[in-house]
Design a protein around this ligand. Structure first.
Ligand code: NAP
Length: 374
């Protein structure tokens, strides 16, 4: 089996390759590596079971169509440009994708196998060829509280997100780091001498944030360091962002429900905010249960849903150490904590969840989808 990889150099692609190396996935197929920017160059990573190889042209449809599977983490513009051409050329291979482009298409299946493995198997049996990872906050949320959906316990969910800079890609995280450096530089001498008052230092920081050039904010359009941005992805021009729209649409699709069917879909509302963390997306949840079940039962269901959930006791000590981006970065752990009944009523549950959006939120479901296909 020939598997072509596109976008392996980016944030998601790099994490994917690392996971595949860890799991020795490359022994199961012949890998080909494509590039949109450097075709003809040598593939510069040494990977066991992968022969030295030259990067192929990711825009060469004929070359791509020699693959049985194409796995792309390149992004939505690439998918929009290449996927229709490939299909039109008669290519009937499997397309596995991290991008949003094909997610809601009728002929694509969203992949998050700990939650919807039956749907994935059914799709394979029914000849589906497009398998797409869902939005990162959607995957992390379902890995955390999927059991409550599965048990039919949820009336609706509201999620306020705290999304890391790396959610935007490699360029975004580099931009954040450069801004952090520039801000630190602007007050470095003050931090050494401590002669200026805290308000003078604070003012200098704000001045620096305000004077970043267009180049220095080209990814986020405004400074992210020392700031936050309560809007992610396009403006849907109805008061919500595309990132927020994906919450309801994709969660319902994974649950096998039509998001447009007001009677049968489960209302999910997201408020999506970009914060200056490196990686890992956090979500503060309000869950309206349709019956008053005990916290013990809720914890039992969440804990037993999958082996990656780490239930964090709702205490200060446990929370500040084990429910932070730092505590799960680079791991498959999904932290779930701050579980408590809210003052609105005993059927209102509060929770906080955190997961590495590059792993369960992106690379890992794709890696596992590829294993399913093989
Ligand atoms: P990314 O880091 O920007 O990488 C995408 C491509 O950008 C790379 O394959 C590379 O293509 C090029 N690139 C340009 N400058 C680069 C640099 N300095 N370092 C590495 N690559 C660079 O994007 P991504 O975050 O991996 O996202 C890929 C897709 O996954 C997108 O559709 C995104 O929406 C989706 N996704 C992302 C996340 C996330 O948390 N980041 C989560 C879920 C889904 P060439 O090698 O061809 O030049």
């Amino acid at each position: 089996m020939k598997v072509g990889f596109v976008g392996w150099r980016g944030m998601v692609g790099s994490v994917l390759l690392d996971r595949m190396v860890q799991e020795e996935d490359f022994k199961n197929f012949e890998a080909k590596f494509f590039s949109t920017s450097e075709p003809g160059q040598l593939f510069n990573r040494k990977i066991k079971f992968v022969r030295d190889t030259i990067l192929l042209d990711a825009f060469d449809v004929e070359c791509l169509s020699e693959c049985d599977v194409i796995l792309t983490c390149q992004g939505s513009s690439y998918t929009s440009a290449i996927h229709p051409k490939l299909r039109k050329s008669g290519w009937n291979g499997f397309w596995i994708d991290a991008a949003k482009t094909l997610r809601m298409d009728d002929d694509s299946t969203l992949v998050l196998d700990p939650v919807n493995h039956l749907a994935i198997e059914m799709a394979l049996n029914n000849g589906v060829k497009n398998f797409v990872g869902s939005n990162c906050t959607v995957s992390c949320l379902l890995m955390a509280i999927g059991a409550l959906f599965k048990e039919g316990l949820i009336d609706w969910v509201s999620s306020s997100t705290y999304q890391a800079a790396s959610g935007g890609g490699a360029g975004h995280i580099l931009e954040l780091l450069k801004q952090m450096g520039a801000i630190h530089q602007s007050v470095e001498s003050d931090l050494k001498t401590l002669t200026n008052t805290i308000l003078e230092i604070d003012k200098k920081v704000l001045d620096q944030q305000n004077k970043f050039s267009d180049d220095e904010i080209s990814c986020f359009q405004v400074p992210l360091a020392g700031n936050l941005i309560p809007w992610i992805d396009h403006d849907m021009e109805n008061g919500i962002s595309l990132e927020e729209w994906k919450g309801h649409a994709e969660i319902n699709k994974i649950l096998g429900k039509n998001h447009l069917d007001k009677l049968n879909s489960i209302p999910v509302d997201f408020s999506c905010v970009r914060v200056g963390t490196m990686r890992c997306h956090s979500q503060s949840l309000i869950i309206k249960l349709n019956k008053d079940i005990s916290l013990n039962e809720v914890e039992g269901l969440i804990q037993s849903a999958n082996k990656w959930v780490n239930l964090v006791a709702n205490t200060r000590e446990e929370t500040i150490h084990n429910l932070t981006p730092m505590s799960v970065a680079g791991t498959l752990t999904i932290g779930v904590g701050r579980l408590r009944k809210l003052s609105f009523g005993s059927d209102y549950l509060g929770a906080f969840t955190i997961g590495d959006q590059l792993l369960w939120g992106a690379a890992e479901p794709l890696r596992r989808a590829l294993k399913y296909l093989i």
